[in-house]
Write a protein that binds this ligand. Structure first.
Ligand code: SF4
Ligand code: SF4
Length: 83
């Protein structure tokens, strides 16, 4: 599936254990990434400093659901199961 631009759930719900510009220790689950702008788009998309984890994350129906609320719910649950 195509990423729903402006969703941003995968930049909020999961923990990211790689340094992010402005968040040198990465980010905990449920915390909004500092690089997520007000339109829920990544400010450093395409920049070499963007974490590899983010580059590797691809939109999938099973994870992203049908809307942002579903994505937040599913990713939060996946995070809980894998942490
Ligand atoms: S959760 Fe899925 S649809 Fe939402 S921003 Fe991330 S990849 Fe895109
Ligand atoms: S760096 Fe960009 S893609 Fe990665 S979590 Fe932050 S806003 Fe999202």
């Amino acid at each position: 599936m195509q990423c729903r631009l402006g969703c941003g759930a995968c930049c909020i719900a999961p923990s990211i254990n790689q340094p992010i510009l402005g968040m040198p220790n990465g980010k905990p689950a449920g915390v909004r990434c500092i690089q997520l702008n007000d339109d829920n788009l990544c400010k450093i998309f395409g920049d070499p400093s963007r974490p590899k984890l983010c580059d590797g994350f691809k939109a999938e129906k099973d994870v992203c659901g049908d809307n942002t609320a579903q994505a937040l719910q599913i990713i939060t649950e996946l995070e809980r199961l894998t942490s």
